[in-house]
Design a protein. Sequence first.
Length: 256
Amino acid sequence: MHKIGLVLSGGGARGFAHLGLLQVIEEQGIPIHAISGVSSGAIVGAFFAAGHKPQSILAFMKENAYFSWSNLQFKKDGFFSMQSFLNILERKIKVDSFESLSINLFVIATNFTKNESHLFSQGPLFHPVIASSSVPVIFEPVIIDNEIFIDGGVLNNFPIEPLLNNDTKIIGSYVNKIEKLEVPVGHHFGKMLMLERSLNMASATSSYLKKNQCDVFIEPLLEQYKMFDSNDADAIYEIGYQTALNNKDKLLKLVG
């Protein structure tokens, strides 16, 4: 049997769709050997690799409302704090270590000072996951080993690279499909929409170039949901679940 790896893109609250895919993977008994995740994909990947079930992750992430403006702690320096999310990690994953996980996990963050992607797969777990999820301008950067790190999706929002192995079949989950906007004359966009759509546009080309390297590529249609739409977590999860079900036969072929 081939090893099966899973790539989970970033996408803020749209990352709840990854949980729908994981639910189908569990229901069909598809074993996952390794996960490579970035931003919200790193969050989902960490909890799943630690042994939490997809619906349990959905429940406690909704309860803590990480992807919600109401749960963010504003700091004097103009950034929002990631402390509330660190608290969730500490409660739900007892050991701060990649080696403690039951599934191999690769987390991508962006080294801000060196202008390069950085792969974390060993040693302390929590701060790399937080760094991978620290959306620039919104969240405070994370300092690891005297280096400054921000959201991994800035340079690599579909981190397939750690899974490129001849013995690995790859499932890709990408939650940032961009549709064209119908814009009325004189319409003005909010700053958050401008930032979010710009980041997605910047990463789309490089992400889609990797699409054909996946054995199964899952792309739920989530354009109507924004980065902090955690109130729509159930709907996003359901779209991810139904999209994965539509690809069930392709997923099961990986096991054969």
